[in-house]
Design a protein around this ligand. Sequence first.
Ligand code: GLV
Ligand code: MN
Ligand code: MN
Length: 423
Amino acid sequence: MTQDLRIDAARLWATLTETAQYGAIAGPAPDRPGLCRLTLSDEDVAMRRWFAQACQAIGMTVTTDRIGTQYARLPGSDAALPPIAIGSHLDTQPTGGRFDGILGVLAGLEVARTVQASGTTTRHPIEIINWTNEEGARFAPAMVASGVFAGVFTLDYALAQTDRDGVTMGEALAQSGFAGDETPGGHALAAHFELHIEQGPVLEAEALEIGVVSGVQGIRWFDVVVKGQTCHAGTTPMALRRDALHAAARLAIAVDDIGRSDPGASLATIGLFQAYPGSRNTAPGEVRMTVDLRHPNVGGLDQLEAKLRNAMSALQSQLRVGMTLNLIWSSPPVSFDPGVLGAISAATQRLGYSHRAMLSGAGHDSVYTARVAPTGMIFIPCENGLSHNVAENITPADAERGANVLLQAVLDYDRGQIPANAG
Ligand code: GLV
Ligand code: MN
Ligand code: MN
């Protein structure tokens, strides 16, 4: 009876622990490393090889597309059906944790191992997907490979994106050996399920075990360049300066105010801030920075962007500097599929786990798969709501619950038992 099937919690935890060697950096304790596994780095390549081998070891077929996304497929009984996908990412932030994205892919592997070991054959193939460059930490934008899969970006656009050393994603892919020959988006998905840590404080604060993720808030990413004039630190009177760093610092304060302007909804972040030429006795003539704006609805995002533009024009005239704002990525708010959410809710309830519906603050590959396939996400709590931090942490019991919901929801969906309930 497939409703009695459960994942092997010890095996899942061992997999998470073993693979944390790929890109391990100092964390809060020796047995709790952080991770730096930037897309297509040597560490990412080692993790990708491990993942492919582990999937092949249980008889899965592993293919790679032209943007490096890996697809590991367990066959179903009906060859005419497209696969039910379980996808997330194995890349991390530069000082990231062991679970963001990684849990989703490795729980997918655990689901495949469980199904395969039980002798169960699903109707649809089950496909575990490792989407390339979800984080956007090495190459912007984030979620670029799932975006190419969904037709939001062209492959050429994605491959031309450069990292901070000027290396293109195409070059990094060629060097990694993970430039495959499959066309991204070249095969249909029956559905896309993603298990992820919440990366925020809500489930923990409410002592709930599972989040049924109804959708994802909107995101806009900007590059900002502030141009003033470099000048001598010892000879230029303050009144004569056009200090780009001073103007950028004032803008940074304005961005923080914008993030607080619609409490509970608006968020604004400067993640990157670089002053040039970078010399102790020269006032900087140029600053490059990034701005990340988020809001659950498009109107709210429009307002945040308008506030940003207003703050910039006021500072430009006041401080006699130039400021340019370049929108490099816009990810509108997304609502997930009622059928997939219904399967997730039903599995959660059957397993007896406490739960609530919630919106995701973080972007995920599911944002883009939602454009081409019925999609839904499952959240589990994470310690102190902390993520994009080496101290990111979850409990083995939470990982087990999330993976069991994933397993049962996928099996229900495969059998067509999909109550239309987004709760
Ligand atoms: C993507 O991972 C984001 O939310 O920044
Ligand atoms: Mn993630
Ligand atoms: Mn992340």
